[in-house]
Design a protein around this ligand. Structure first.
Ligand code: PYC
Length: 404
């Protein structure tokens, strides 16, 4: 039965043990998810999840909580669809209400070429069983009556890719739900434990050096976001990643007026209204590489002016908070999941760019399977680190509305 009131700590504090079967670096949704599936599906419980800050302090707590599977490639679509399916069952499985609302997701097109792009996506989605179709102004007006569908905006709305199963989830709850379930199975979670080195000998990781001591580990997993390439360097592993900030903001609450996720690929803005009534608004990635987590005024102006193109009635609305997350961008906008070629027991679940949160359950479950069985599940074969050696890139850029 779903637990309504919390009486106990959700996860316990531990001293570090001298050794673990698996050490996971990063206690966001990916790191905690990997630990959860290792323990629940494969009985591997001697696991430490190491986090330099608090749980979910990285991109798990900084994203705009959008879930969807209307990707573009034959590799990406079934993978993200698996993630949506896992999210649909996750509240029940974790016995923790994640407030997943499959309210529907619209990607707007403002030009003929954008419509052509959305048609290709819709066809690819449909062939692979994902509910997604191109719709036009009469239907858009019905679905989103509060959006300006007139000719007034600089870029009027001409069509949209409608993806009914897409929606939003309570991102902190996903972190906490996985952490609580991990703790119940005996997995150790170590916040405020920064990894400062990985000892490698004869091509194998032997131990992980942390600010609280050194631990031996049979398997090491890099499940970090934002600093994944720097963390990989600690083990001598090189990743083809450049890191850019992605900014977002949240407004004061309003009465419910928007019950769909709205994304505009041309305006590079996306908006949804939370259960509390706040609007969560996101921008495209900053055009420069940086590790800064601060919001900037030019990006706030962009988010505000583009949102007002779509919803002019929001002028005067106050912004409560603005922040940034750091996106690890790969050359093909697809993730890197699998075992490293340089260090035989070093696994990566990184390079998520702007897609990490929505991918977490599938990435975590499938990587846990690879670690436990040494066999690569089909759904992650295409995302292996080896693809960069053979030039087999996946090309998922066109599914991003937020990275130009
Ligand atoms: O891919 O849906 C997306 C997304 C929204 C914000 C960042 N990425």
């Amino acid at each position: 039965m779903m637990q309504l009131f919390r009486k106990q700590r959700m996860w316990r504090a531990h001293e570090l043990k001298p050794s673990y079967d698996v050490a996971i670096i990063g206690a966001g949704v990916h790191g905690l998810g990997i630990a959860y599936y290792l323990a629940s599906r494969h009985g591997i419980r001697n696991v430490a999840v190491l986090e330099r800050g608090y749980l979910g302090c990285g991109n798990s707590g900084r994203n705009t909580a959008i879930i969807r599977s209307n990707y573009r490639t034959p590799e990406g679509i079934p993978f993200y669809e698996e993630s949506v399916r896992l999210y649909e069952r996750l509240s029940r499985e974790l016995e923790w209400n994640l407030l997943f609302s499959q309210c529907g997701h619209l990607t707007l097109a403002h030009t003929d070429s954008a419509i052509a792009g959305l048609r290709v996506r819709a066809e690819n989605n449909q062939v692979l069983g994902v509910d997604s179709r191109v719709i036009y102004p009469p239907e858009i007006r019905k679905l989103v009556p509060t959006m300006d569908m007139s000719d007034r905006p600089r870029l009027p709305v001409l069509a949209a890719l409608y993806h009914p199963p897409g929606g939003i989830i309570r991102h902190d709850a996903v972190v906490w739900g996985y952490a609580r379930a991990c703790d119940r199975m005996g997995v150790e979670i170590h916040p405020h434990t920064e990894v400062t080195g990985v000892r490698v000998a004869r091509g194998k990781a032997e131990s992980v050096i942390t600010t609280r001591g050194e631990i031996a580990a049979g398997t090491v997993v890099n499940a970090t976001a934002g600093w994944a390439s720097m963390v990989a360097k600690l083990a001598g592993v090189t990743l083809p990643i450049v890191s850019h900030p992605l900014q977002a903001c949240v407004t004061e609450p309003l009465k419910p007026f928007l019950d769909k996720v709205i994304v505009s690929a041309s305006l590079h803005v996306y908006v949804n209204q939370t259960d509390k009534g706040e609007l969560v608004i996101g921008a495209e990635i900053d055009p420069y590489q940086s590790y800064s987590l601060k919001g900037t005024l030019p990006t706030l102006e962009q988010m505000a002016s583009y949102t007002l193109e779509l919803f002019p009635q929001l002028s005067g609305l106050r912004v409560l908070r603005q922040w940034a997350g750091i996106c690890d961008m790969t050359p093909d906008y697809a993730p890197i999941i699998g075992v490293s070629r340089e260090v035989e027991n070093y696994y990566v679940d990184v390079g998520w760019g702007t897609y990490g949160f929505k991918a977490a359950p599938a990435a975590a479950k499938l990587l846990a399977e690879l670690i436990a069985t040494r066999k690569t599940p089909k759904l992650i074969e295409a995302f292996s680190p080896a693809r960069f050696y053979g030039g087999q890139l996946v090309g998922e850029k066109a599914a991003a509305a937020v990275s130009s």
